[in-house]
Design a protein around this ligand. Structure first.
Ligand code: URA
Length: 439
């Protein structure tokens, strides 16, 4: 049968600034998924979109075509609203690991499909894989069963979920076409819509440790995802949250996993708890499980206080092959052989802590990867004993490095110290949540 379009015809139309019709976009994505449209043609398409932009209508068509390029989860038989959260990625962001069981403990279903870290931002899958035996590789059928039986699941993207996004993202990564709001919108939403959700909350990180460095960029991405997601029939809202300093007190995979467990047991750094509760409250309100954010926060706090959320995480860890004891006995997580303390050169208050500088230290220690095929070391990282606003005495510990060799610790010690700015005045700390964007 003769094809309705040719790739060159559609590329020319987009290159010259015209808007593509939904049928044209669907043809292009289907043909790309099947290998009829080549990688070099699709790379040219990505560049044309980056330079020319897309209308909201085109972005929605691209999102739905990418969602439909593979299988979709079917969670209709699971009780409760199906809710998820997506973060644009930050330093020390381990929120998904405590948020999913917490929201599930309040009556929602949380079908959470996460990604791996690349570059300076960490990935939830890498953090989860620090748990001995835990497998993030589950089939879509098993994923559906886990969500139904345990209220949530924590897995990686399966091969058959939004395959067009996986193919296109690999091309964007090497053709300088990642930074396009329509392409990011379609990439994030196609995977999330394939999870069969009722509601999605976005955590758009803003600041020097984030993908979006400025407020206008973060707002534009949040607005685009909220509009397109809502048009696709899902309730979507976004919180813009600050990412200038790392979130919580740890950066590095096993260390971060242990810190997420701590939140479920009633502890955790103030900013991490605040981020978790703010996103959780947003999810419960979107799903109709709470009428107000205040009521939602009370529900979340009760799920922590009763131990119910921690119990649910233990059950899920066991169901996904892991050692359930790690939640209440985090010393069972892998530990680095060397620990070196970074001390304060003078007394004062921490004015600032550079998330990007700390992320670079973690990357060099082996906690992250600069290429998708690199191995990571789950044991290494940094514990930030002092954060902005904290007082410190000369000689007191600011941070602790967890490393594989004493040499690595010695090499990175000055870099951790340089990430801290000490002063005498009490710094004015801006609130973590900057603003909320909804339809
Ligand atoms: N995360 C995604 O999943 N896709 C993008 O395009 C950017 C961030």
């Amino acid at each position: 049968m003769k094809s309705a379009y040719t790739a060159v015809q559609l590329l020319t139309k987009k290159r010259d600034g015209a808007a593509l019709e939904p049928a044209e976009i669907r043809w292009l994505i289907d043909a790309f998924t099947q290998g009829v449209v080549t990688d070099y043609q699709m790379s040219a398409f990505a560049m044309a979109v980056l330079l020319r932009g897309m209308t909201e209508h085109e972005t929605a068509a691209l999102t739905l075509a990418m969602r439909d390029s593979g299988r979709r989860a079917h969670l209709r038989s699971a009780r409760g609203p199906k809710l998820d959260k997506h973060s644009t990625g930050g330093v020390g962001d381990k929120v998904s690991i405590c948020l999913a069981p917490l929201v599930a403990a309040c009556g929602a279903r949380v079908p959470m499909i996460s990604g791996r870290g690349l570059g300076h931002t960490g990935g939830t899958l890498d953090k989860l894989e620090a748990i001995p035996g835990f497998s993030v590789n589950q089939s879509l059928t098993r994923f559906e069963r886990l969500v139904k039986n345990y209220g949530f699941a924590l897995i990686g993207q399966t091969r058959d979920l939004a395959p067009a996004d996986r193919k296109l993202y690999a091309l964007r990564d090497v053709t300088a076409t990642v930074e396009s709001i329509p392409l990011i919108t379609a990439s994030i939403l196609s995977k999330k819509l394939a999870e069969d959700l009722d509601g999605l909350v976005l955590d758009v990180k803003v600041g020097r440790g984030a993908f979006m460095k400025t407020l206008p960029e973060a707002r534009a991405l949040a607005r685009s995802i909220v509009k397109v997601g809502t048009a696709a029939g899902v309730k979507v809202s976004a919180l813009l949250t600050r990412m200038d300093a790392p979130l919580g007190r740890t950066v590095g995979n096993a260390l971060e996993t242990a810190e997420a467990f701590e939140v479920l047991l009633g502890g955790g750094a103030d900013d991490l708890v605040e981020c978790t509760l703010a996103l959780g409250a947003e999810m419960l309100c979107l799903g109709g499980l709470a009428k107000t954010p205040t009521q939602a926060r009370r529900m979340l706090e009760a799920a922590i206080a009763s131990g119910r959320a921690a119990d649910m995480l233990e059950d899920l860890i066991a169901a996904q092959g892991g050692d359930r004891r790690v939640v209440r006995e985090p010393d069972r997580l892998p530990r680095a052989p060397h620990r070196v303390v970074v001390t304060a050169p003078r007394s004062g208050r921490v004015q600032d802590l550079d998330a990007m500088a700390i992320a670079q230290v973690a990357l060099r220690l082996g906690a992250g990867r600069t290429r998708a095929d690199q191995q990571i070391d789950p044991r290494v990282g940094i514990v930030l004993l002092k954060k902005p606003g904290n007082a410190v005495r000369k000689g007191e510990a600011l941070a602790q490095l967890h490393t594989t060799t004493a040499q690595a610790a010695r090499r990175e010690l000055p870099n951790v110290l340089a990430a801290y700015r000490l002063g005498t005045a009490a710094p004015k700390l801006a609130p973590l949540v900057i603003e909320r964007i909804a339809r």
